[in-house]
Design a protein around this ligand. Structure first.
Ligand SMILES: [Zn+2]
Length: 391
């Protein structure tokens, strides 16, 4: 019969190994010292257990500059979870497009299919088109199809992830009370989850992008709609009914235009892609698109910089209150407005400097997301393949 002391030592060892793996699944990568700080384990214990996990090929030990921007001096060694061969499918719905992709365990998008379609008013057509695109992706994988372990859908609306339904309200009214994950699950014969698109962006940037190594994150998706994904203490925070982070409907101007939610002067009705383009349009003869706006920003067009900066200042004003309440480590800007670049970031930073608590802003990183238009797909991959940070 096993010695009870030995049994408890083994259990403690297993528990501590789990803490190390959990810490790495939350932060993406870490040095041995950071693992020690996060878990509270002694340096010798970390060295011992990391050595064991490396020998079992559950971790990889790689040069820091392979993961982060190059810095002067000798790069520190960082540990990451060893990739599994599992694959996932991401399905990212915007208000008027759908982008689908195959994602591997390292957060790489291996193949993409996308289409312009009327998501808002035609959920049946949008889901059928997504199913067809995913079927093409799976067929393109050939015999590797069996490596796909699940799929996740991102929607630009509040999602009740317990019931798998789109929340009530005027944001995606035709989708309310539908069960999109169940509908696709039956058609694809794969486990399918559904999640708010900003939440997926937060998970993606935390696992593989600009929020890596942070545990308290605000991710903003600023596109046709504006929403935030919150990660608090390393876990996605959805709120009691999946509506946390609905910053697009914070009133900015009580006398402003009526928003689709029924309120007046919401952030979304003054700082979305639609509003920014409409603001700049009178100064141009051509019909403006976000691609053209991004070009104008690169050409240092004063008007383009101005409207994007003003949108950033409005978004930053709303974020300042959130920063004061939540004290995050990083704010990551994503979505189509963020793709246009620097002026948005400068505007957000201006308002945070002015309206958030100086002590908090001093230690706050504010960044454009590094995953760009793939943030939601990669977040879907993280949700399917590393579910720890989302539960
Ligand atoms: Zn609104």
């Amino acid at each position: 019969m096993a010695d009870p002391n030995q049994r408890s030592t083994d259990a403690l060892r297993e528990f501590n190994r789990g803490r190390i793996l959990d810490a790495l699944s939350r932060t993406g990568s870490a040095t041995r010292a950071q693992i020690g700080a996060t878990t509270g384990l002694a340096r010798s214990t970390v060295t011992d257990l990391v050595g064991e996990l490396l020998a079992e090929q559950r971790l990889l030990d790689i040069a820091g500059d392979q993961l982060t921007e190059r810095r002067a001096g000798r790069p520190s060694r960082r540990l990451v979870l060893a990739p599994t061969s599992d694959l996932s499918i991401g399905i990212d719905f915007g208000h008027s497009h759908c982008r689908t992709g195959v994602i591997d365990a390292l957060g790489r998008v291996l193949a993409v299919r996308s289409a312009i379609l009327d998501v808002d008013s035609s959920p049946v057509g949008a889901l059928e088109r997504a199913r067809a695109m995913v079927a093409e992706l799976l067929s393109g994988l050939g015999t590797d199809r069996h490596r796909v372990v699940g799929a996740a859908i991102g929607l630009p609306a509040p999602v009740n992830t317990v019931r798998g339904t789109v929340g009530p309200g005027n944001v995606l009214p035709q989708w309310v009370d539908r069960h999109p994950a169940d509908e696709l699950q039956a058609a694809l014969e794969l486990p399918v989850q559904v999640e708010n698109d900003a939440n997926l962006g937060a998970l993606g940037e935390m696992a593989f992008g600009a929020a890596r190594s942070f545990t308290d994150v605000i991710y903003v998706k600023a596109s046709t709609g504006i929403g935030a994904g919150l990660v608090l203490g390393g876990r996605l925070y959805r709120g009691s009914t999946g509506r946390a982070g609905e910053i697009g409907h914070v009133p900015i101007d009580p006398a402003g235009a009526v928003c689709r939610c029924g309120n007046r002067g919401c952030l979304e009705s003054v700082a979305s892609v639609t509003q920014v383009l409409a603001m700049l349009q009178p100064a141009h003869e051509e019909t403006l698109t976000m691609t053209r706006l991004a070009e104008l920003v690169r050409l240092e067009d004063a008007g383009a910089n101005r409207v994007l900066g003003d949108a950033g200042r409005l978004i930053g004003r709303v974020l300042a209150d959130m920063v004061n309440n939540l004290n995050p480590g990083v704010v990551v800007l994503g979505g189509e407005l963020a793709l246009a670049g620097e002026p948005l970031l400068v505007g957000v930073r201006d308002s945070l400097d002015r309206f958030a608590q100086p002590d908090m802003v001093r230690d706050l990183a504010v960044r454009i997301g590094t995953l760009a238009e793939n943030a939601q797909l990669i977040g879907a991959g993280a949700l399917v393949l590393s579910p720890d940070s989302s539960s």
